[in-house]
Design a protein around this ligand. Structure first.
Ligand code: COI
Length: 355
């Protein structure tokens, strides 16, 4: 049987359950899926409210082939992280922001959503049940993946009659194979990620399927990922497949404004606040692709990628380089944010939740 089949995963889990820390190679975590012990499930009928969620052993779930999520993409996901502090306690980073974003997305996708309190309580319960999978300090984090999906059966196009909220977790290290080394992006000028009036501003699953083609082509050419432009003018920066983008010029930090086609990243918002608290001017505005030509630093932000320096961007065959390592400013912002997330400095922003 495959090591990922339900029975194998469960018996493996049972035999290791007593150990303090899961027996994996903590020094070499990437961003691949590692099955853990428990997941959280909560269901709700269309027009009803979520209630009676519970932890279950991690395993495959049963869905009707006619489920709304499988047929018409009625689904959302979230991503957040838990870190182990030096004292052994666990810190969550702004989980209520993910809850609120899921509620916004659910409204757009015609789905009921858990309350902020239900969402945060479920995240806490799932993390505590999988405590032995939270990496030790400095080794990475536990990535928490909440899902909301139309699990009820439909055939004609309509909102599903039943919804499932599910959370699973997996220990992770760096997102990009480059580690913390700068990534190399290519600007995509034909395919687009989002359209005005579409769903680019919510974390619906289809947004991520839509970027795979350009991402795969870019990776095949040796780039780390793709930077998308707006689909109307084909001129303004939007975001990278899995993260938001920031440009620094003369100590002013600029990032594309949130206007429905860009994912309102929680790391994006946090970095804006951290930068302002450090005295930087931050502008949320239209950022033209030409501004990449003379930028001092470019970096990406996201839960998965944290703050990733961009080493080069290629646009219409022309490559602009930003240097070998982290830029001075992006390094400073990365350092401040991650110290705060790991509980290594005082949380003056009141962003962390200690379990
Ligand atoms: C995250 O940063 O948490 C995301 O949801 C991006 C995903 C493609 C890994």
């Amino acid at each position: 049987a495959s090591p990922f089949s339900r029975d194998a995963a469960l018996s493996d889990t049972f035999s290791r359950e007593e150990s303090e820390l899961a027996d994996i190679d903590w020094d070499n975590l990437g961003f691949g899926f590692i099955p853990t012990d428990y997941m959280y499930m909560m269901k709700c009928a269309q027009g009803g409210n979520f209630s009676k969620g519970e932890l279950q052993r991690f395993g495959n779930i049963e869905l009707s082939p006619s489920a709304g999520v499988l047929n018409y993409g009625q689904g959302l996901f979230e991503g957040l992280k838990a870190y182990t502090k030096e004292d052994g306690n666990i810190l969550l980073f702004r989980p209520e922001e993910n809850a609120l974003r899921m509620r916004m997305g659910a409204e757009r996708m015609c789905m009921p959503a858990p309350t902020v309190e239900q969402f945060v309580d479920a995240v806490k319960a799932t993390v505590m049940a999988n405590k032995r999978w939270v990496p030790p300090p400095g080794k990475g984090s536990l990535y928490i993946r909440p899902l909301l999906m139309g699990s009820g059966a439909v055939l004609g196009l309509a909102p599903a009659p039943e919804y499932t909220f599910l959370i699973y977790v997996s220990p992770v290290g760096n997102y990009f194979k480059e580690g913390v080394a700068p990534i190399n992006l290519v600007v995509e000028h034909e395919l687009h990620r989002a359209t005005p009036g579409g769903t680019g501003g919510v974390k619906t699953i289809g947004n991520y399927a839509a970027v795979l083609k350009a991402q795969s082509a870019a990776r095949a050419k040796g780039y780390s990922d793709v930077l998308y432009l707006d689909c109307v003018h084909k001129k303004y920066l939007e975001e990278v497949s899995s993260c938001n983008i920031f440009v620094l010029k003369d100590n002013v930090i600029s990032t594309p404004a949130i206007k429905g086609t860009i994912l309102p990243g929680i790391t994006r918002k946090s970095i804006i606040d951290v930068a302002r608290s450090e005295g930087f001017k931050v502008e949320e505005r239209l950022v033209a692709v030409d501004e990449l030509l003379d930028a001092d630093e470019v970096f990406c932000t996201g839960t998965a990628v944290v703050v990733s320096p961009v080493g080069s961007i290629t646009y219409m065959g022309r490559r602009v380089s930003y240097g070998e390592g982290f830029g001075v400013v992006s390094q400073r912002l990365y350092h401040k944010l991650t110290r705060l997330q790991m509980g290594l400095i005082e949380d003056s922003m009141n962003w962390t939740l200690e379990l």
